[in-house]
Write a protein that binds this ligand. Structure first.
Ligand SMILES: [Zn+2]
Length: 489
């Protein structure tokens, strides 16, 4: 008798979903679909994000099963050494405008997938496409797959896209629906060009169509509106946007006849990319480097600049551009950053080691050694453990405050697109972006701190192996295993 084919998988990524707020939404009766899934499945309330804990980096980890050291997306804003220019994926509308709206959209829609994301890795879509499975994706930052899609659709938004010269084809999941720019078929759903507040509904509309017509084995069901809402009102306000995300899940399950009928032939994963914490203070990184020649977004003489500064919410990166003075300038940049209020961790690399500076001291570490972390990797650690609030005992290193600190920092340092100096903001602080925008009074994320980093992983209908600490990068391998497709290779 042939083996029963695996259930179809829906991977719902709720941007910024904070575990405490999911619990609150369920308790208040505002998230019945998520409540039903939590009741029937396995709930991990502390699945660790990447560092920096920002959406492009975490999305790429979710889609590839690897950290930035391998997938090569370093942050939301970064400096491209090869092209000698800033890349801005859309920290805010003013930030995108600073670098040019079309350029920023181009980098986000095309270059992130086709140029910046490492070719040495396969995305979960590429793995499944190669195995002959039917992949589908609603508007998600990482969509790279094996099917060519020309810009399509006839809505007025598509015409706006065309006027902005979004004419190029992409390679994506077999079914790709991306903010009205790519529509692999006519579902009748529109996203108003991906405007906040409309995006979860677009995903729901497309998802319901795909379920109804049985068009996927794997669907990445992207629910980004929670992030926007939480940035504006703060993470305590998430119940309202989680309720919206819940409605989207309810809608696709309704097509199959309700939760239990849906779960008969679908497995469901609900996860966060990262979490959020409250912003109480804004800091302008430019003030810390006032006396330096910092590369401006449209610098007339870029070769004169000493530094590029890349604020990305509650994280930031500093690039030393003056190659001749590189060795002398990096320590000076570290010192300037470390003395700046609002900067918690200053991380750089020296002599093959990671060097972490905080007000609590200096710690150096490198892979390989006598100390194991909760994810089973081993390290050599020297200096002040307090710098990362690291608890080292019985051959194990753990940090409650900075979960998976060593592994995440090392991966960030290994990313060839990362800056020379990486910064993680103190609790309550956010770096003002290049457009002058911040989320003061609202919420943000990006730091190594657990408040930004611990998200939801909720699985229903998938086997969950025993593991001490889960990371967003563990999900792609789980999905592949479910379909009996080999990870890697
Ligand atoms: Zn965000």
């Amino acid at each position: 008798m042939p083996a029963r084919s695996p259930k179809k998988v829906v991977l719902a990524v709720v941007d910024s979903l904070k575990p405490e707020m999911l619990d609150a939404a369920i308790e208040e009766g505002r998230a019945p679909a998520l409540a039903a899934l939590r009741e029937r499945g396995t709930y991990v309330p502390d699945c660790i994000s990447t560092f920096p804990s920002v959406t492009p980096v975490a999305s790429a980890a979710i889609a590839t099963g690897a950290g930035p050291g391998e997938h090569h997306i370093p942050s939301m804003n970064w400096f491209h050494r090869g092209e000698e220019r800033y890349i801005e994926y859309g920290s805010s509308f003013p930030a995108s405008r600073t670098f040019g709206l079309v350029r920023s959209l181009y980098d986000t829609v095309y270059n992130m997938n086709m140029a910046h994301l490492s070719r040495a890795l396969k995305t979960v879509f590429e793995h499944l496409d190669d195995a002959g499975l039917r992949t589908a994706c609603t508007t998600y930052l990482i969509y790279r797959g094996r099917t060519r899609h020309d810009p399509s659709g006839e809505s007025v938004y598509r015409l706006i896209g065309e006027a902005l010269q979004f004419n190029h084809a992409v390679y994506g999941a077999r079914e790709l629906f991306y903010a009205d720019l790519f529509d692999s078929r006519n579902t009748g759903c529109t996203s108003a060009l991906g405007l906040p507040g409309q995006r979860d509904r677009h995903t729901a509309c497309v998802g319901a169509y795909l379920v109804e017509h049985d068009l996927f084995d794997f669907l990445l069901f992207s629910l980004p509106d929670n992030d926007t809402h939480s940035h504006r009102v703060g993470p305590e306000g998430q119940v309202r946007s989680i309720a919206e995300a819940d409605r989207a899940l309810e809608r696709i399950m309704h097509v199959a006849g309700g939760v239990d009928a849906f779960l008969e032939d679908h497995a469901v994963i609900v996860m966060s990319d990262h979490s959020q914490t409250k912003v109480e203070e804004r800091v302008n990184l430019g003030d810390a480097f006032e006396s330096w020649h910092v590369l401006a977004p449209a610098d007339a003489a870029p070769t004169d600049a000493e530094l590029a500064l890349c604020p990305s919410a509650r994280s930031a990166m500093v690039y030393v551009l003056d190659e001749a003075r590189h060795a002398a300038l990096v320590p000076r940049a570290v010192k300037a950053a470390a003395e700046f209020e609002g900067v918690d961790l200053v991380v750089t690399r020296a002599n093959g080691q990671a060097v972490v500076r905080s007000a609590r001291g200096e710690l150096r570490f490198a892979p390989g050694g006598e100390v194991a972390d909760r994810r089973g990797r081993s390290w050599t650690v020297e200096g002040d453990h307090a710098a990362l609030e690291l608890d080292v005992a019985d051959g194990r290193a753990t940090s409650e405050t900075y979960p998976d600190a060593l592994g995440r920092l090392w991966s960030a340092l290994e990313c060839p697109h990362s800056g020379d100096v990486l910064l993680s903001a103190s609790p309550g602080f956010e770096f003002v972006d290049w457009g002058g925008a911040d989320h003061l009074g609202g919420g943000s994320h990006g730091s190594l701190h657990r408040g930004d980093s611990e998200g939801v992983l909720l699985l229903c209908g998938l086997d969950l192996p025993d593991r001490e600490q889960w990371s967003v990068a563990d999900v792609a391998p789980l999905v592949l295993e479910h379909f009996r497709v080999r990870f890697g290779g």
